[in-house]
Design a protein around this ligand. Sequence first.
Ligand code: NOJ
Length: 777
Amino acid sequence: MRCSDVGITSNRFTSSVPLTPEGNEHFSYSSSPSPPQTKQPNLHPLTIHPAAPRIPQVAARVRGRKRSADCPLASRQGTLRNLSSSSHSDLPEKERSATRSDGQRMQVGGDSGGMELGDGSLNPGFRDVDGGSAAEDPGKEKRDPEYAQIKPYAGMPKEVLLLHSCKARYRVPREILFWLMVACTLALVALTVTVIALSPRCMNWWQVSPVYQVYLRSFKDSDGDGVGDLKGIQKQLEHFQYLNIKSVWVSPFYRSPLRDSGYDVEDFRAIDPLFGTMQDFEKLLAEMHSKGLKLIVDLIPNHTSDRHRWFNLSRTGDPHYKDYYVWSDCNGSAPRPNNWVSVFGNSAWTYDDVRGQCYLHQFLKEQPDLNFRNPHVRKEMTDIIHFWLEKGVDGFRVGAVNRLLEAAHLRDEPQVDPKKAPESVASVWDLHHDYTTSQLGLHDLLRDWRAEMQAYSREPGRYRFMVTESYDYHEVDKTMMYYGTSLVKESDFPFNFYLLDLPQNTSGLWVKHLVQLWMANMPKGQWPNWLVGNHDQPRIASSAGHTYIRAINMLLLTLPGTPTTYYGEEIGMENNNGTDGPARDPAGKYNASASQDPQRSPMQWSSDMNAGFNNKTNTTWLPLHPDYRSINVKAQMEDEGSVLAQYRSLNTLRQSELPFLRGWFCFVHADASVFSYLRELDGLSRAFLMVLNFGGEPAVTDLSSVPELPDLLTVQMSTNRSNDDKVLHKSRIPTEAGEGLVIQYTTNTRFHPNHPEQCYVSEKACYLSAVDLLYQC
Ligand code: NOJ
């Protein structure tokens, strides 16, 4: 019988409890409203009326005592003790039974099976009716058969149980255990909160791996038509795995007339047949994901192709589409609403005789600018972002973001040379772009798009990355705005184009200046990035010189932040200036010397036919660089000292060493030849010193004035392999022109606390070597 089976409710309690002559308390219960107080001679003091209240309350009230705070039943102990030691034995057995709430009566004491209480009295309710005690009780079979239904141990009334549980020998251990449990729980919660609070943020995939740019047309041709395609990329995924590269940006594959290499999009949701099918795209993406690779695609919001359906509807004046583009009145004979020029040269306005107005195009006339002041256009672009996010792409490279909006007043832009005849203003360099770039409101567009990507970034490992392209030249503040603010996110980083200037004055001081330009202007807590080439820029191995390609790769892979590698840089590919006809790219059509074809020549995979770019026909959409027989992936994979092998080792080092991924970056030294910096992490005794010679001559660098460095330094890796493992004194560190050194050293003295103005870190982290733990500090 459980205590609750007694079925006594407190609202039926009456307080008239006479005391026995011996001073014992006798309980009397009755249903409320209380009947007249008639004594019930047949009821034993422990006989509980079916409608009686719970005993504790009775006891408390009867005795008029306060409950002890730590043991609420303490005040009742005496009561029960008295009850149990009262004249049980004097009563007939049946009278010494309690009545159950359901009308059954219960054995409450006697000398045959009651549990002995601490004070020598018996637990009146504890009788093993079915068990061993029955055998010892000859009178059992005479008892009411109802008792036989009472289960073993079921007979201890709650009061009695509580009476025992309040004894010190039970209570104290119980309380100790209780408080121990509370303390342990609190300690665990505190530990969990501390660990969470102190853990540095996990690094994201786009921070850990370099971004590799695939220029689709030139990467790998799977079907022998001379043009790279999606299936071609899929065939070469092992290349990324070999290099330990996880993030791949693929240039546009959307349906396009290809007037600007696919940056003139006719349908943002379709694949151009030249590059494959949507099924090819989906297969590529699925296979990349299965290999742990991420795919970044181009988003080209500034303009469409003039063959886009929207443009056709706009020029014919469809009411919904008429303001999808930027139109202005002009006439066929003088088609210039103002002096704005296109990036590719000449007026940014073209007269459209269907509509009888001019439309704006900041790039080719076949690339009309979308009007982002129109909410329908904004909605269209958001839908396109959704479409590709739903497909599962991992991020976007958003092109030409600084040109998304133009000043609505359409005023002339100021000339760089005010004396120049206005009619001769034709180049993008002739004007200050006060009204065609960086207009108020463009960051709101980017923030909205970022927010869309955020919505798809919640699943672990599915962060959707955004990088923006904006050439702000020396207006670095404008570039930095694309990081957003600490409250409103924008791009994860804007492309850092400042190292594109590296060849102009290759020297240690110049490289330091370019690196500092970014580090000193980047908002606190943001993540840097570095690149030295892309499909729009001459190849660095040509512009800086092949001598420097290893040191430049070493620079990119050891600076803090994400490096971007343009296809072929990992093997030191150079521009191919030998063209076999007119320029294929728009910039080259306007100005042959600015052609971008040389940096877009097919990837050099091997010394086989067509450099392994394709092996079915003899055609390649652009001519191959003739050096492919010696400079190619296959040959360099077989050579441990190759540019490729060094790129690979550096990337492995970068991803395996905490100082490179998480640590401080500090300028140590710069001169006409050498640029030197270090990477260190608080708490980790392993640190790295980089010494890179960008000058034209060999140099000996003296770092004896840097007390934080040990006297003797061992070269871990040199771009000149014969110098690997050399032990150097810090006062004499020799380097050849174009040589770079990675020097690993051990220290307990950090450089950054003594030189805070020379050091940067995106997010502080410290290492606890004893437990191999990284924490925020
Ligand atoms: C940026 C691309 O990088 C470039 O190649 C293209 O010409 C312009 N956007 C215009 O679409």
